[in-house]
Write a new protein. Sequence first.
Length: 120
Amino acid sequence: MPSLCPQPDGDGDPDSLSNPWKRLVLDKEGRITKRGYTLCFLDKLQDSLRRRDIFVANSDRWGDPKAKLLHGQEWQINRIQVSRSLEHQPEHVRQVQQRAEQEKKPQQRQHHSPRRGFSR
C-alpha cells in the first residue's frame, strides 16, 4: 500500500502535502514531525475508508461488502433460493449476470465521420 503521508523517518515527499498539512506536519526546519505525521495519516486513512479504497477485515462498518457475497459453487447451489427470497425470477438473475459481464468489458468507441454538406 502506498504511503498516505510522508513518514517521520524522512521517507516520502513533503511536497506532496497540501499547504494546510505542511503547516501541521513540518517543523521550522522542514522536518516531518511525528505528531503531525500521525494526524495526517489518520485523516488520510479515514478518507480512504469512507471512499471504500481500503477495508478493515472482520468489520461490519468498514469491511469489504463484496467479501460477504456468495461465489462460485456456493452461489450456484443457493442461486434459486436467493432469487426467490428477493422475488426475482431465475431468468432475471441471468440477465443481471449478463449485464454485469457487459459492464466489465471495456467500452469500444465508435468513430463517426462528420456529415458532409451537400453542394447545390
